[in-house]
Design a protein around this ligand. Structure first.
Ligand SMILES: O=P(O)(O)OC[C@H]1O[C@H](O)[C@H](O)[C@@H](O)[C@@H]1O
Ligand SMILES: [Fe+2]
Length: 206
């Protein structure tokens, strides 16, 4: 009847987590369409499409509503046409489910966007915890020159909707290299969500 409590040791440098129940890798060739410079992406992917960009280790104790999914993301440093390596990004399929991220090693930013198109950009580094409230689209970006490792936790019934970013032509901002620092620029392909799309997102909440 009761589940058994578990302990998980996280290695801040590799993102490995003991007693994980699964892991997956995203390779350059899996990430077509997320970068502004399609030609730079094709060039990089044709040479090194199998290169792993990020690895997720996770534990999913049960799928029961009210349970949690937690784990780590390890993301390599790199750029495509001046734009930093990043996750695909998503809103939760049940869009009012929140998430936390905790910096383990490296430097990065969380790029956050509401359905209506407001942007927030939060820096993450070791010992910094970021709370992603319900209804925010989220993507992590490695702005450093070392791996970015973060641990995360979110409700087990959240799910991920990746199409929300594709349908708007990406997120409103892109995180690009600017000398030794990062900066946010407008994504010229971005199309703000219309009222139907916004209503669809809100209709997933309960
Ligand atoms: O799912 P992506 O947008 O590719 O991001 C990869 C992963 O990043 C974080 O670790 C999140 O907590 C995961 O839920 C997410 O799946
Ligand atoms: Fe998420």
């Amino acid at each position: 009847m009761h589940q058994i409590p578990t302990t998980h040791r996280i290695d801040p440098s590799t993102g490995s987590m003991s007693n994980a129940t699964g892991h997956y890798e995203k390779r350059l060739k899996d990430l077509a369409g997320i970068y502004g410079n399609a030609q730079a992406f094709e060039h990089a992917a044709s040479g090194a499409g199998d290169r792993i960009v990020y690895t997720v280790h996770e534990a999913r104790p049960t799928a029961t509503q009210g349970d949690l999914i937690f784990g780590t993301t390890f993301m390599e440093p790199g750029q495509i046409g001046g734009e930093y390596f990043m996750t695909r990004g998503h809103i939760h399929a049940r869009a009012n489910r929140p998430e936390t991220y905790y910096g383990e090693s490296g430097q990065g930013v969380m790029l956050l966007e509401t359905p209506e198109g407001e942007t927030k950009i939060m820096e993450i580094s070791p010992k910094v915890l970021i709370y992603v409230p319900p209804l925010w689209i989220h993507r992590s970006v490695n702005t450093g020159d070392t791996p970015l490792v973060m641990s995360f936790c979110y409700p087990s019934d959240s799910g991920q909707d990746y199409g929300v970013i594709a349908r708007s032509g990406g997120m409103a901002k892109r995180i690009v290299a600017n000398g030794d620092d990062w900066s946010a620029i407008d994504n010229t392909s971005y199309r703000p969500r219309d009222a139907d799309e916004i209503a669809r997102i809100y209709s997933t909440t309960d």
